[in-house]
Design a protein around this ligand. Structure first.
Ligand SMILES: *Cc1c(COP(=O)(O)O)cnc(C)c1O
Length: 230
């Protein structure tokens, strides 16, 4: 078994244990392996071990990698910052965009989504812990943005995505993930049809699952430590 295959098995076991501890069905939580900075061979190893969806942060890197993996039936999630000049690439090359945090970006993605493709699946990124320089819409603006995005013809709004500040403490991780879950529930209560709360990474997936995450995005625990980008 490759290292990636055995790492994946460990991550799936962590998810299963966290679900059991939270009395949740393991099928409620999707694992999204995050392959940023790793090459196509790493993706192939994860695919051979049963994974078909991958998260990428850097759009050009992802598009180049996708071209080398075109023989595999993969689904791609954009989880990194989306600037206006990158929306056309995201609209054409990804299945999901989880990091939408402005109406202008959402409008461009909808306008630029190619005719032959199904609607782009979208999450709104929320700056749940209020870091002043961080990406993400403020929690109190999430509902208004969600309503606008839900109306765009070539997008399908699926839910929210968060990237809280790292904390070593389980209780602190849990508290911030619970705020995200409460916001998600509040949006659902207004009638928005959402099924995805994307939160939890290598260091905090247990707390995220405890709080009600439906998708954990895991890089390091599957692919190893990333080299710093130049
Ligand atoms: C890199 C990244 C991840 C994965 O982080 P790990 O700590 O390596 O699991 C998840 N989500 C986003 C948005 C990321 O940029």
């Amino acid at each position: 078994m490759t290292t990636i295959a055995s790492n994946l098995q460990s991550v799936r076991e962590r998810i299963a244990r966290a679900c059991a501890a939270a009395a949740r069905d393991v099928n409620e939580v999707t694992l999204l392996p995050v392959s940023k900075t790793f090459g196509p061979d790493a993706v192939r190893a994860a695919y051979a071990a049963g994974e078909t969806a991958f998260g990428e942060n850097y759009i050009q890197e992802a598009v180049d990698k996708q071209a080398l993996l075109a023989d595999l039936p993969l689904q791609w999630h954009c989880i990194g910052p989306i600037q206006s000049n990158k929306t056309r690439l995201v609209a054409a090359h990804f299945d999901w965009a989880q990091s939408v945090d402005r109406l202008k970006i959402a409008q461009r993605l909808s306008e630029q989504r190619p005719e032959g493709l199904p609607p782009l699946q979208v999450c709104i990124q929320v700056n749940i812990d209020g870091g002043p320089t961080k990406a993400g819409v403020a929690p109190d603006e999430a509902l208004a943005l969600a309503r606008e995005v839900a109306r765009l013809p070539r997008l399908q709004l699926r839910g929210l995505m968060t990237i809280p500040e790292p904390s070593e403490e389980y209780a602190a991780q849990l508290a911030v993930h619970r705020r995200a879950r409460a916001l998600f529930d509040a949006l659902c209560d207004t009638g928005l049809q959402l099924d995805t709360l994307s939160m939890g990474m290598t260091a905090d997936l247990e707390a995220a699952i405890h709080a009600g995450s439906t998708m954990v995005r895991v890089g390091t625990a599957i692919f190893g430590t990333r080299a710093k980008r130049a």
